[in-house]
Ligand binder design. Structure first.
Ligand code: NAD
Ligand code: MG
Length: 388
C-alpha cells in the first residue's frame, strides 16, 4: 500500500470541492486532510472539516471567525480566518492541493500552494487567466506538478500522454453550448439568472454556470489552455458538442486524433488528477454509448456568443488584457446574478472595459492585482450606469 497522502482543498464547500471530498472520503484511510477553506459558508466548512478530520478549517471572510470557532469547538479542528490565513492554508505544503476557489479570489492561496513545489490540481481557471505568466513561471521554478482539473484541460492532458506536445497539430476544446445554445440574441435579452444557472449537462457553481451560458467559460478555458499547453493560439479550436461526452481532443501531426470521453461528472477529471499518474476507482456512471446513441457537433456562433471572440482578442492583445477580461466578467456576472444588469450586458461590460483600458505589460503579481482592481472598478461603474 502507498503511504498516506496529505491533502488540502481550497474552496472545499463548492461544487468541485465537494466532489473532491466525496472521492477522498471513500478511501479516507489513504488521505490525511490538512486544510479545508471556504469563502463565507461557516456551517458547510465546519461540517466538511469535522467529517474529514481536517487539521485546519479556514474561512476567508474574517468577520466569520467567531462563528467558525464556535462551530468547531471541541472537535480538534483548528479554526482560522481572513486573507492571510487563506494564503497560509495554501502554503502548508500538502502533497496534493485542490485549487477550487471561484474567481481571482483563489489566486493568492493557489500561488502559495504552487510555490510549495508539490502537486496542485487546478480547477480555479480565473487565477490562471489573470496571472497566467506569473503562475506558469512559479510552477516551473518550484517544480510543481500542475494538474488541470477543468474537464477539457484534463482531457487534453490525458490525450497528450499518447503523443507529446511537440507533435500536436491541433487541440479542440469541446463546449456544450450551455443552456442558451439555440436561443436568438433577442431571446437571450430576456433570460433570468435562474434560467442561466440551469446547465443542461453539468451541475456546477453559479458563477461558472453563468459563464457557460454566455460561453465566457469557453473563452476563459481557451486562455487557460493557451497557458497550460503552449502550442500557439492558431492551433486551438472550439467545437460545440451538446452531449458533453467528448471532453476535448488532440490531433497529432500524423492526423491521429485522440479524444477523452466520459459521462459529465467532475469526479472523473478530479479522480484523474488525484490518482495521477495511476488510476483509481470512482463511483461515476460508466460510459454507455449505445444508450447515448449519437454525438453531435457544430461550429460555435461568435455573433450570438461574443465571449469567445473577446477571449481570443485578449490573448492576441496579451499583457493585461486577459486579466481585464476576467475581472470585468467577474463583476458583470455578479451584477447579473444580483439582478442589477441583464444577461447581454455581461458581454457588453467586458467588451467596454477592454476597449476603455490601456493594455499594459504584466511584470509580476503586483501588476496582476493593480490590473484586477482597476478593471473591477471600471466594470462596477459601467454596471451601475446600466441600471435603469
Ligand atoms: P462554487 O461556487 O460551487 O464554489 C466556490 C468555492 O470557493 C466555495 O468553497 C466558496 O466558499 C469559495 N469561495 C468563494 N468566494 C471566495 C472568496 N472570496 N475567498 C475564498 N473562497 C471563496 O464553484 P465551483 O463550481 O466549485 O467552481 C470552482 C472553480 O472551479 C471555478 O474556478 C470554476 O470555474 C472551476 N470549475 C468548476 C467546474 C464545476 O463543475 N463546478 C468545472 C470546471 C472548472
Ligand atoms: Mg470546463
Amino acid at each position: 500500500m502507498s503511504a498516506v497522502r496529505s491533502i488540502s482543498v481550497l474552496g472545499a464547500t463548492g461544487s468541485v470541492g465537494q466532489s473532491t471530498l466525496d472521492l477522498i472520503g471513500r478511501e479516507a484511510d489513504r488521505y490525511e486532510v490538512l486544510a479545508l477553506t471556504a469563502g463565507s459558508d461557516v456551517a458547510g466548512l465546519a461540517a466538511a472539516a469535522i467529517r474529514h478530520r481536517a487539521r485546519y478549517a479556514v474561512i476567508a471572510d474574517g468577520d466569520r471567525y467567531a462563528d467558525l470557532r464556535s462551530a468547531l469547538a471541541g472537535t480538534g479542528v483548528e479554526a482560522a480566518a481572513g486573507p492571510t490565513a487563506l494564503i497560509e492554508a495554501g502554503a502548508l505544503g500538502a502533497d496534493w492541493t485542490m485549487a477550487a476557489i471561484v474567481g481571482c479570489a483563489g489566486l493568492a492561496p493557489t500561488l502559495a500552494a504552487i510555490r510549495e513545489g508539490r502537486t496542485v490540481a487546478l480547477a480555479n481557471k480565473e487565477a490562471l487567466v489573470s496571472a497566467g505568466d506569473v503562475m506558469m513561471a512559479a510552477t516551473q521554478e518550484s517544480g510543481t506538478n500542475l494538474l488541470p482539473v477543468d474537464s477539457e484541460h484534463n482531457a487534453i492532458f490525458q490525450c497528450l500522454a499518447s503523443g507529446g506536445i511537440d507533435a500536436v497539430r491541433r487541440i479542440t476544446l469541446t463546449a456544450s453550448g450551455g443552456p442558451f445554445r439555440t436561443l436568438s440574441r433577442e431571446a437571450m435579452a430576456q433570460v433570468t439568472p435562474a434560467q442561466a444557472v440551469k446547465h443542461p449537462n453539468w451541475s456546477m457553481g453559479r458563477k461558472i454556470s453563468v459563464d457557460s451560458a454566455t460561453m465566457m467559460n469557453k473563452g476563459l478555458e481557451l486562455i487557460e489552455a493557451w497557458h497550460l499547453f503552449p502550442v500557439g493560439l492558431e492551433r486551438f479550436s472550439v467545437l460545440i458538442h451538446p452531449q458533453s461526452i467528448i471532453h476535448s481532443m488532440v490531433e497529432f501531426r500524423d492526423r491521429s486524433t485522440i479524444a477523452q470521453l466520459g459521462c459529465p461528472d467532475m469526479r472523473v477529471p478530479i479522480a484523474s488528477a488525484l490518482a495521477w499518474p495511476a488510476r483509481m476507482e470512482t463511483p461515476c456512471e460508466p460510459l454507455d454509448l449505445a444508450r447515448i446513441g449519437r454525438l453531435d457537433f457544430e461550429e460555435p456562433d461568435e455573433v450570438r456568443f461574443p465571449a469567445l471572440r473577446l477571449a481570443r482578442e485578449a490573448i492576441e492583445a496579451g499583457g493585461s488584457a486577459p486579466g481585464i477580461l476576467n475581472a470585468a466578467n467577474e463583476v458583470a456576472v455578479a451584477a447579473f446574478l444580483e439582478g442589477r444588469i441583464r444577461f447581454l450586458d455581461i458581454g457588453r461590460i467586458v467588451e467596454d472595459v477592454l476597449a476603455r483600458t490601456d493594455i499594459m505589460p504584466v511584470r509580476g503579481i503586483e501588476d496582476v492585482w493593480a490590473i484586477d482592481r482597476s478593471a473591477r472598478h471600471l466594470a462596477e461603474r459601467l454596471a451601475a450606469e446600466l441600471i435603469t
